[in-house]
Design a protein around this ligand. Structure first.
Ligand code: KIV
Length: 243
């Protein structure tokens, strides 16, 4: 789809969400490890396990989406080449058609092994949520020269290793444009400006399902949390009133 059509990608963690997104024609659905924060109630993605991912990938896959269904390899599931390939295969067996892992040159042997085993690989550069504890928070990447150079080298390495696309999370927009022009594969931005080949969002953020925090890069298009509260409140009242 690069240079032909912008890619609108979203996350799903279960059957109804995957089915709804697919019915709308979303071409890439990601069972992200954002699962940990937006479904499982953890403070970040580092608590998500392979068992969590397999459970939710299986549920999303039951929607049999026409979309490409990708799934995240969670924290510490791809530290070695052997574990990366074995865990990527587990996600594929659960119904994913591609896997994503966070990082560039430091995970290149794992990426090469995953691709060599026939599993499509989606890269993820910029802010890497699985490293949020070491980093001490979420921040934009690529604003200084070392980070800019690292993004160029990492994205080139991932593309050469066979990644079919690269998610750019919280990458300085000017750097995201440069990567988008330079790479042969699509860039899919999240908080990386409007000029990537596509955009991805965490669906509950788009729908306003998590009113307890706000994000700079996404303005909810629906106040789902408020609507749910209101409907539940009205129903509760009708039960209490016996009406
Ligand atoms: O886990 C996730 O949802 C992600 C984002 C890029 C959407 O990795």
């Amino acid at each position: 789809m690069k240079r032909r059509e912008k890619i609108a990608a979203l996350t799903a963690y279960d059957f109804p969400m995957a089915r709804l997104l697919d019915e709308v024609g979303i071409p890439l659905i990601l069972v992200g490890d954002s699962l940990g924060m937006v479904v499982l109630g953890y403070p970040d993605t580092t608590c998500v396990t392979m068992n969590d991912m397999v459970h939710h990938v299986s549920a999303a896959a039951r929607a049999k989406p026409r979309a490409l269904l990708a799934a995240d390899l969670p924290y510490h599931s791809y530290q070695t080449v052997e574990s990366a390939v074995a865990n990527a295969k587990r996600l594929i067996d659960a119904g994913a058609e591609a896997v994503k892992a966070e990082g560039g040159r430091e995970i290149l042997p794992q990426v090469q092994a995953i691709v060599s085993s026939g599993i499509p690989f989606l890269g993820h550069l910029g802010m890497l949520p699985q490293h949020v504890l070491e980093e001490g928070g979420y921040r934009v990447k690529g604003k200084n020269d070392p980070e800019h150079q690292a993004l160029l080298a990492d994205s080139d390495a991932l593309a050469q290793a066979g990644a079919f696309a690269i998610v750019l999370e919280l990458v300085a927009p000017a750097v995201a444009v440069e990567l988008t022009q330079r790479l042969p594969v699509p860039t899919i931005g999240i908080g990386a400006g409007p000029d990537c080949d596509g955009q991805i969002l965490v669906t509950p953020d788009l729908l306003g399902m998590l009113p307890w925090y706000s994000l700079k890069h996404v303005k909810p298009k629906l106040n789902a949390a408020e609507q749910m509260r209101s409907v539940v409140q009205q129903w509760k009242q009708s039960v209490v009133n016996g009406s």
